[in-house]
Design a protein around this ligand. Structure first.
Ligand code: SF4
Length: 400
């Protein structure tokens, strides 16, 4: 079984097909491009790593030293990033804005935590490998920015330099740090039992702290264990020839996806129009798409229109106590019955059983069975001849 990282599993949750392209097929990605945000994040992380490595040997650098380290580190990162090609700056910010942001983060952080006297640093930028289950089948890896010992507690520190304050990604951060708490339990658990996770939002000077207890840990370990099982399951199916095992899921990041040109959800967008033949003669694909949607729209408009006509006719025939209405060409018969909804399923089952008509009322919903198959909860090969499989397609439309 593979060793998974948090970002890998996040990607799988976002879009299994993208995961397939990246980690299973290992489709070559566009050459890695650095960005001012990345350089800022890396520089600040490196400076804080250097700061705490010094603190750990009882050498407290001055604020001036740390600021100088920031500028040197940032220049080195910048040099590395622009060695091959110039840096792409998107948006309104200039490089000077990024430098000012970095200065502000480091300066404010230093002032907040100096003189760093009571800190016991266990590790900085620590690589971890750990297992989510007892028999070591589900393996995980990651990097922690810093681990401290504060009294009888281990603290997992994570620095964030983004300008957007969660909640958007907060759950993701919480889950990541909580899982890293499991590593601390496995590695250092014999020393101390208490673990806390601390997120430093440097842009806002906000520190978000939470305890990682067994109760917090258990559901998250369970969640990621089942995601790993899910990935392994799909990988197996894919390797056995099911090329659709990793389904594409449209999401807000599709427009930045580097696999857009091979993804079945986006690839056609870049195609030139093609002519195809069928019972309706020769048509271009673009024309067919638009025509299909026109018919679908007409269909739903006439359905709505039909419902309105029905309401008017029902109102009229109820008022007049008629059961049949006559037009010039057609006639309409009106039948009436009571529609029922189920309030207590168990009670209803008992009653139908008492009446001896349970089997007549029970029906297996094929859509529900289909959903079980789709969700990999039911393997159709285990159903013998009880079901028949036919290829089927649904076409849904939306505006470009
Ligand atoms: S374009 Fe969207 S759906 Fe396709 S692989 Fe990328 S993220 Fe997934």
């Amino acid at each position: 079984m593979s060793v998974y990282s948090f970002s890998q599993l996040q990607l799988f949750q976002q879009c299994p097909r993208k995961y397939q392209y990246k980690y299973v097929d290992q489709v070559k990605e566009k050459e890695f491009e650095s960005s001012p945000d990345l350089i800022l994040g890396q520089s600040v992380h490196k400076v804080l790593e250097n700061l705490y490595n010094n603190v750990n040997v009882f050498k407290i650098p001055s604020l001036e030293d740390v600021m100088e380290d920031f500028h040197n580190t940032r220049n080195e990162e910048m040099e590395k990033a622009t060695k091959e090609k110039p840096l792409q700056i998107k948006g309104q910010q200039t490089l000077e804005d990024y430098i000012r942001r970095g200065e502000h983060y480091v300066n404010a952080y230093y002032k907040k935590y100096s003189p760093f006297e009571n800190v016991k640093v266990i590790a900085t930028e620590s690589m971890m490998h750990f297992q989510l289950d007892k028999d070591g089948q589900k393996k995980f890896r990651g990097v922690i920015d810093r681990i401290d010992k504060d009294g009888d507690t281990f603290i997992i520190n994570d620095y964030k330099t983004n300008k957007n304050l969660p909640p958007e990604q907060k759950q993701e951060y919480i889950e990541q740090q909580t899982l890293y708490g499991l590593w601390i339990q496995q590695k250092y658990g014999k020393y101390l039992k208490n673990i806390k996770a601390r997120l430093h939002y440097l842009h806002f000077d906000i520190t978000d702290e939470r305890e990682i207890t067994d109760e917090v840990l258990a559901p998250i370990v369970e969640k990621y264990s089942s995601i790993i099982e899910w990935v392994e399951h799909k990988k197996f199916a894919y390797n056995m020839g099911n090329k659709r095992a990793f389904e594409p899921i449209q999401n807000e990041y599709c427009k930045y996806c580097e696999y857009m040109t091979i993804c079945p959800l986006r690839a056609h967008m870049k195609y030139d129009d093609e002519v195809i033949w069928g019972e309706l003669g020769e048509k271009t694909v673009k024309h067919l798409v638009d025509e299909y949607v026109q018919f679908s729209k007409q269909e739903s408009e006439s359905k709505a229109q039909k419902e309105l006509l029905k309401d008017m006719l029902v109102e009229y025939l109820e008022k007049k106590w008629f059961l049949k209405l006559f037009g010039n060409t057609y006639k309409i018969s009106a039948s009436q019955w009571e529609s029922i909804s189920i309030k207590d399923k168990d009670l209803l089952l008992t009653k139908l059983q008492e009446l001896g008509i349970l089997n007549e009322a029970l029906d297996i919903d094929r859509f529900k069975v289909q959903k079980l198959v789709k969700e990999w909860k039911l393997d159709t090969t285990k159903l013998d001849w009880s079901v028949e499989k036919k290829p089927s397609r649904t076409l849904r439309w939306s505006k470009l």
